[in-house]
Design a protein around this ligand. Structure first.
Ligand SMILES: Nc1nc2c(ncn2[C@@H]2O[C@H](COP(=O)(O)OP(=O)(O)OP(=O)(O)O)[C@@H](O)[C@H]2O)c(=O)[nH]1
Length: 325
């Protein structure tokens, strides 16, 4: 955006000087004013929380200025090059959804203006063939800008998804959990409702790796993740923090209610052994629970308190859930 603002400041000043020299006072003055306005945006764009509004404040006068310049009888027909480049700028700054409508409106209006100014009425003349070129190349550039931006947005969304996902289990990872927790916390504050946080750690997992190998250990983690995913509500957040540790964030649940939910999960683990060759392996876990606003307000503290209780559960014989201590 800042590069674009630099280019705008320089271009608007140069055009302002040219138009003043040619005696096109109104357009020249508007160009100087726009160069100054771009400088103001350049100074505040890094610090403003309303970037999108300032982008619109930058674009709308730009589009009007180009349209006005194209409409004036004493401007060059090479002004059409702005019809070509503008959709690219619109897609770049506004994204594919909003950029599409701005581009369609801008290109349509300016092709009509261009046609009104330069079309001579003779459909076969070489001069008018130039107008068809402007029309077709503007549409082509708009379509390509659209396809390019859509692909870029899809790739970006996929990368964000991958960055927030544990590749083994497909559960969200710590980064995604931290992001999503902000939303849960805001909801809880608004509704004055509790949130329980559970730390879940598989028992004697090293023994599974040692006895059956890492492949089976990995399958056990996937098995555990599936039980956790299927046994929790849509509103709950679950994540694999690393190793054989999972976290569950339960909106609208106190520590006591969270304990009941995690105890039901614990029972599901016992009822769902994992097949290994001709045998089955029953996984168990120990867990600790903490509660938002009671044990802490940020995720890090809530995880720390739940972790402390998890170790109480481990030291008390494992395969149990602890919400005190
Ligand atoms: N297969 C597999 N093993 C892992 C993975 N991440 C961590 N581990 C193993 O998990 C084991 C964790 O061992 P410990 O921390 O001693 O815990 P534990 O054996 O479950 O014992 P307790 O927690 O005290 O019940 C280690 O052997 C790690 O190598 C993974 O992604 N895949």
């Amino acid at each position: 955006m800042k590069v674009l603002l630099w280019i705008t400041m320089i271009a608007a000043t140069v055009y302002g000087v040219i138009n003043f020299t040619r005696g096109v006072w109104v357009l020249g003055s508007l160009e100087f004013a726009y160069a100054a306005f771009s400088f103001v945006i350049y100074r505040i764009i890094d610090s403003t929380p309303r970037v999108q509004r300032w982008i619109l404040a930058y674009l709308v006068p730009l589009l009007l200025l180009i349209t006005y310049a194209l409409y004036l009888p004493n401007t060059s027909d090479t002004m059409f090059s702005w019809i070509l480049i503008t959709p690219v700028i619109l897609y770049l700054l506004l994204g594919s959804r909003v950029g599409k409508w701005f581009s369609i409106a801008f290109v349509t209006i300016n092709i009509i203006v261009y046609q009104l100014r330069f079309f001579t009425g003779d459909y076969t003349s070489l001069h008018n063939a130039g107008i068809y070129n402007v029309l077709i190349s503007s549409i082509t550039i708009t379509v390509f800008a659209h396809l390019y931006e859509r692909n870029r947005e899809k790739t970006e969304a996929r990368l964000i998804e991958l960055a927030g996902t544990d590749p083994l289990t497909g559960l969200p990872n710590r980064m995604k959990l931290t992001d999503d927790f902000d939303y849960v916390r805001a909801q809880a504050d608004r509704r004055d409702s509790p949130v329980a946080v559970a730390m879940i750690d598989l028992d004697h997992f090293k023994g599974i790796n040692d006895r059956y190998g890492h492949g089976v250990g990995d399958r056990a983690l996937v098995h555990a993740a599936e039980i956790i995913r299927n046994g929790t509500r849509e509103v709950d957040l679950n994540a694999r923090l690393g190793g054989e540790e999972f976290t569950l964030v339960m909106p609208n649940a106190s520590a006591g209610e969270g304990k009941e939910i995690v105890d039901r999960l614990r029972q599901t683990f016992l009822d769902t052994p994992m097949p290994v060759g001709n045998n089955t392996v029953t996984l168990t876990f120990s867990a600790g629970i903490s509660e938002y606003n009671v044990d802490g307000v940020d995720l890090e503290t809530l995880i720390m308190v739940a972790d402390r209780r998890l170790y109480i559960a481990k030291n008390s014989g494992r395969n149990r859930v602890e919400d005190h201590g």
